[in-house]
Design a protein around this ligand. Sequence first.
Ligand code: ADE
Length: 354
Amino acid sequence: MAIISDDDGLENVSRVKKNPVVKPETIEYDTTFENTIRPKDFDSYIGQSALKETLKITLEAAKKRGKSLDHMLFYGPPGLGKTTIAGVVAAQMGVDIRITSAPALERPRDIIGILMSLKGGEILFIDEIHRLNKVAEEILYPAMEDFTLDMTTGKVQTAKTLRIPLPKFTLIGATTKAGELSSPLRDRFGIINRLEFYTTEELAQVVKRTAKILEIDITEEGAKAIAKRSRGTPRIANRLVKRVSDFAIVKFDGQINEEVANYSLNLLKIDEFGLDNTDRALLNMIIEKYDGGPVGIETIAAALSEDVRTIEDVCEPYLLQAGLLQRTPRGRKVSPEGYRHLGIKMPSEQTSLF
Ligand code: ADE
């Protein structure tokens, strides 16, 4: 991967050449590992088949028209491949992608600097775009709509508006919270797509692909066992492949089969639903302290000494999708399925007074 050096002095942005993808520095995970295994084309990108089909058509149409791509918004829980698909889009269009995230665009000059350094056709990827501040958003509106940068100079009475033309670029925004995007910003995206959780079969394919790249010996059943406990999320599946492989090498003969996978995942305290200690603690706490709920998210976060955002973005989406937790107007509630999963008897819905 050729990362072009930032000789324009831009901070907080990863400039990447044709398809390699770099994660924003604000998010902590193993970018080297993720980048090594990231698919670079639609064929090696597993899952999200409806999204892939529509994107292929959009890309082909843009190529035939000789125009830049419409701005795109990808939303969905973390780890489902929003950055990855943006990288695939860039690679398929044969253009460079510049990757940053909203929290890194704090000052107006951050976003202005990036916009002014873009080249025609380039893709600007902004992760966590729902966290963009008002000023940055307002700079983005004319940039997205007319490819201009509207700047005001001078004092109030003598202020002049300067319109600086920008090259035609494509903005790809990614968010875990589409609902938190302001409507003017959301309306400026021509293409809005939701990424879905992966099926066990799809995740097993992701696991096998990653194992092959990392030269890890794995059986079909071993891949499936890891897939089942990966919470529908390729990022988790990939992380588990690596961890289980460590066990396979140290405790077994190096191969990941069903027994090795289950043994390792049990030791890692990842249960057959893919829940870890934090998820189980969350459900247990709501049951023990709040009779199963409903209870507000702030209370849950405080009781677990966790950040509200971590609960909302990382734990909750899968617990809701798996039907273990329910969202009600009065807060979160553990579902009957959630009680069953923890092996706790559910109090009857109504207590008789007699
Ligand atoms: N790694 C992360 N997401 C992936 C996907 N959708 N397909 C293949 N490998 C992946």
